[in-house]
Structure formats: C-alpha cells, structure tokens
Ligand binder design. Structure first.
Ligand SMILES: Cc1cc2nc3c(=O)[nH]c(=O)nc-3n(C[C@H](O)[C@H](O)[C@H](O)COP(=O)(O)OP(=O)(O)OC[C@H]3O[C@@H](n4cnc5c(N)ncnc54)[C@H](O)[C@@H]3O)c2cc1C
Length: 497
C-alpha cells in the first residue's frame, strides 16, 4: 500500500483544528504545529486563583458545523463536549436604562420590539425574511465554498445584487425599522466578526437568521473545553499536535511548498502545507525567502484590517443570577463611536462594552460563591493608534470597571479577587496578529469572498490558508466554514497527485 499523503497545518486556532480533523478523517497524515503552550488561538484560556477565563469566543452559533467534524468519523460530538443553551441570547442595555432581551423566541422578541416602537414589529418581520434569504445564499450555499477564481465571484454576483450586498447592514436594517435602538440591536452583530455595521456588507445580516435557527450555545467548561475536545477528536483519529513550537519557515522549491521548519530546530517534509496563522505573518515572515511571500504580504498590508479589542478579565466575590450570560452595554454614541474606532484611530472617552458572564451558565468556572466575567471594548488597531498599551492599559481597564460598577455591579472594585487585561499589543505579540487586529481583514464587500485571501495560494498550488483572513471570514462558524472550503481543495489536490 502506498504511504499516506502528509499535510502540515500551522496554527491550532478553530480553523486549523477543524481542517486538521477533516484531513485526518480523510486519511491524510496530518501534523498540527502550534507556537503557544495551548491550542485554541484566539480561544486560549487562563486559570487564575480558581477562576477559568476564556480569552476570546464565547458565543457559539450553528453548532451543526461543529457536530459535522465528529460525524465525519461516525462519532457524536456529545461524547466529548456538552453544549449548554444560552437564553436570552443577549441583553442589550443603553445608558438611559432601556434594556432589550434578544433571543429566538419570536413572540418574546416581538414584545421587546413593541416596547421600543410597536410600529417596528411589522418591519422586523420583513427584516427577518431578508435575513433568511441572505443566510440561504451567503451561508448555506456559499459559506464553505472556496472562491479561488473570479468565475466563482461572477456566479455569486446575481445573489449579491438581489440582496443589495453593496449596502451596509445598518443601512439595510434601517430600511426595515425606524427605532434607533432597534437598529443597533439588529446590526451590532457584525462587531462580533470585526465589521463596522455602518460599512460591513448587508450580507452579514445573515447572522440574525443563523442565531435564530441554530440558537446560541456555550461549551460546558468554557470555550476552551470545546478546543480540547477538538484536539481529542483529532488525536483519536491518529493526528499529531506539536505545541510550543513556532514555525519559522515554510520551505519552498520552485512553486512548491516542501517542508516546514520550527524554532526548536524540528523540520519535516510534507505533501501539502496549510497556514492557520495570521495571513500577513504567514506570507511576510514564513515565506519571506520566496518572492511570492514578500509580494503577497505587501498587497495584504495595503488592505483594511479589523480593529483590535481591549479586554478586562475579572473574578469577583458574589453571584449575579440577574446578569445574563451575554450583555451589550451600549454607550451614548453608536455611529460616532464606530467612526472613531474604525476610521479616526481615536481611543474614545465613551465605549460600548460586551460583558461575558459565563458562571451564570456554568458555575464551575469560578470558586464557590464567586463569578467570572470579562468586559471587552473595541479599540483601534495598532496601525491607527500606535500607543504604548503597557502604559495606558491599566487606566483604561479601570475606566471599564468603573463603567460596569456604575451601570451594573455596585461595589465591583471591592469584590475583585483577581483581574488582568489583554491589549492590542498582546494580540500582536501572542498571535502574530497584524497590527494587533482581533479579526484579521475587515469584512467589507471589497475584501470578501474572491477578494479575501484564497484558501489555496495562487502561485504555490500546494500551499493553503484557513481561518479568519480567508473566505468566509472571522467567527467560529466562519473559520469552520473556511476549513471545509480548504479541506475540499486539499483533498481534491492530494488525491489527484
Ligand atoms: C475577544 C474575542 C471574542 C470573540 N468572540 C467571538 C464569539 O463570541 N463567537 C464567535 O464565533 N467568534 C468570536 N470571535 C472571533 C473568533 O474567535 C475568531 O475569528 C476565530 O477564533 C479565529 O480562528 P482562526 O482559525 O482564524 O485562528 P486563530 O484563533 O487566529 O489561531 C491562529 C493560531 O496560529 C498560531 N500561530 C501563529 N503564528 C504561528 C507560527 N508561526 N507557528 C505556529 N503557530 C502559529 C497562533 O498561536 C494561534 O494559535 C472572537 C474573537 C476575539 C478576539
């Protein structure tokens, strides 16, 4: 029998892990090489003073895309990880005290909408129909299809035109409902994948339908427990994970990737190489000696990158059954705040926060009688705001905690057992994230589908990409979809050889 084909995947983020499972399930001997001491990438985790802190993703949508990774080998995901339903999906809160519970319970949602403006209930119905249409076209049909040539884009063009993809999510939502708070409630989701609702293509309105149909879930034990379950599934299939060994070079010969070399001195030959690492880092630093690397990196550096994030993690004494798992604390401004962050590179005096409260769903993530939280504020990336985060970080974290104390948790400061923060500089350093961007390329229409990094390189045909910088983009369902697109190409190519 011929030796099995071999593949290397650089980076064990959700995209890298999903691709690894797909390849290994198909009989490709796959090695996953991760620079950090734990897998997960943006979904890293810390244990501090008995509290478990997830670093990044907390909202799990479309659980079916995850289940598929187990089903490939006839296993049930539930044997490895339990997903817990989250309800409401989010509580949205404004400075004037208005709050809005967002969920897929249609009657409850309509009651919430009617509280804001009864006239908008009808408009919401039309928005839902629009969201269902773009979900079918943009996610179900095209969310896991590789866009490697312009023909694929031309084929998608009629659907893009039908759904007015050139308009922004906010503009499209505004054509259906008139209440400003409701417009924010139906458009903020793009921020979860790095997009400004004012400029991100209306196609992203599909997230509403995605959440409505698939629900919002949280992994028991935290998102990192899901990462560990994916590693278990990959290793059970016979795959190899190397941790703490940063890749320093993808070796090439002519137009082929031939081997991968890591910082430890470890080196191995492969039939195919895929990178889940940051796209600029991959081209500029790992393919630096090949002409293709420098050329592609230069082009990418000229594109628009999503902003970064500033996160404050805190473990506190006391429990808050009244604070739901996911909250958005809107600030006094919406469009102005977003323009400051995305365009002006200003660190605004006001902020909109996402508050994560996992212990209300899974109390095991904190010591008895205590609670785990993180608060996240979008901030400009390092290209727009090149400040010294080591210097300003502590004061910025204090301001965020003050805001939460004022609006939600009295005496918060006195209750703190442990706290730390994570800045754009940390994204850049820990993940090689270009400009410290939290979500890679900004998801605007001119940087989507064919105009994103291709799942297979144009010049080196056995070099592939997977993850947030590729089609369809950031977010767990996005990068899991990108893994499906990349695996389709890799398996076709490896089998043809
Ligand atoms: C704070 C935060 C909250 C978020 N919340 C949500 C959410 O609730 N729901 C949701 O769906 N999405 C959310 N997202 C988005 C989502 O987390 C990301 O889009 C997704 O996890 C990115 O996955 P990825 O496959 O692109 O890889 P990444 O997570 O970027 O991982 C890439 C990996 O490559 C490794 N690497 C880099 N260079 C090298 C090298 N040279 N050698 C070896 N390894 C290398 C890195 O260490 C890293 O482990 C959030 C993101 C952030 C930052």
């Amino acid at each position: 029998m011929a030796d099995p084909k071999t593949a290397a995947i650089i980076g064990a983020g959700f995209g890298g892990l999903a691709l690894a499972i797909r390849l290994q399930s198909a009989g490709i001997a796959t090695t996953l090489i991760e620079g950090r001491d734990k897998p997960g990438g943006r979904a890293y985790a810390w244990e501090r003073d008995g509290f478990t802190f997830d670093a990044g993703p907390t909202v799990i949508t479309d659980p079916d895309c995850l289940k598929e990774l187990w089903a490939l080998s006839g296993r049930d995901m539930a044997q490895d990880i339990e997903l817990l339903p989250v309800f409401p999906f989010y509580r949205l809160h404004w400075p004037d005290g208005t709050s809005f519970d967002y969920s897929n319970d249609e009657d409850a949602l309509k009651r919430e909408i009617a509280k804001l403006d009864p006239a908008d209930v009808q408009g919401y119905g039309r928005f839902l129909a629009y969201s269902a249409g773009v979900h079918e076209q943009g996610y179900v049909k095209l969310g896991h299809v590789p866009f490697v040539d312009f023909r694929s884009m031309v084929k998608a063009a009629p659907a893009l035109a039908r759904y007015q993809a050139w308009r922004s999510v906010y503009s499209m939502v505004s054509s259906f409902v008139r209440n400003e708070k409701l417009r924010e409630a139906l458009s903020f989701h793009t921020l979860l994948v790095g997009g400004n609702p004012m400029t991100t293509s209306a196609i992203y309105a599909l997230i509403h339908k995605l959440e409505k149909d698939g629900g919002v879930w949280f992994a028991k034990g935290g998102t990192h427990a899901l990462v560990r379950a994916m590693v278990a599934q990959f290793e059970r299939l016979g795959g190899t994970l190397r941790l703490c060994d940063e890749v320093v070079e993808i070796e090439t010969l002519g137009n082929r990737a031939t081997a991968v070399r890591a910082g430890s001195g470890w080196r191995a030959d492969f039939d195919a190489v895929a990178s889940n690492a940051d796209i600029v880092h991959s081209y500029r630093d790992l393919l630096g000696t090949a002409y293709r690397g420098a050329q592609a990196a230069r082009k990418l550096e000229a594109k628009r990158f999503s902003p970064s994030l500033f996160l404050v993690h805190f473990g506190i004494r006391g429990t808050w059954p009244g604070i739901p798992h996911h909250m958005i604390l809107f600030g006094p401004r919406y469009r102005g705040l977003l323009t400051d962050i995305y365009d002006h590179g200003v660190l605004p005096a006001d902020f909109s926060l996402y508050l994560h409260h996992p212990t209300v769903t899974d109390p095991t993530l904190a010591p008895e009688g205590c609670s785990t939280f993180y608060a996240l504020a979008p901030v400009p990336h390092l290209g727009k705001l090149p400040v010294d985060w080591a210097e300003i970080g502590p004061a910025y974290a204090d301001r965020i905690l003050d805001e939460i104390e004022r609006r939600l948790i009295p005496n918060l400061r006195e209750r703190i057992v442990t706290r730390f923060h994570y800045t754009p500089a940390d994204f850049a350093q820990d993940l090689h994230a270009h400009l410290g961007s939290a979500f890679s390329l900004e998801p605007i229409l001119t940087q989507s589908a064919f105009f994103r990094v291709h799942n297979r390189d144009d010049a080196i045909p056995n070099l592939y990409f997977v993850g947030a910088g590729t089609h369809p983009g950031a977010g767990i369902p996005g990068v899991i979809g990108s893994a499906k697109a990349t695996a389709t190409l890799m398996l076709e190519d490896l089998r043809a050889r």
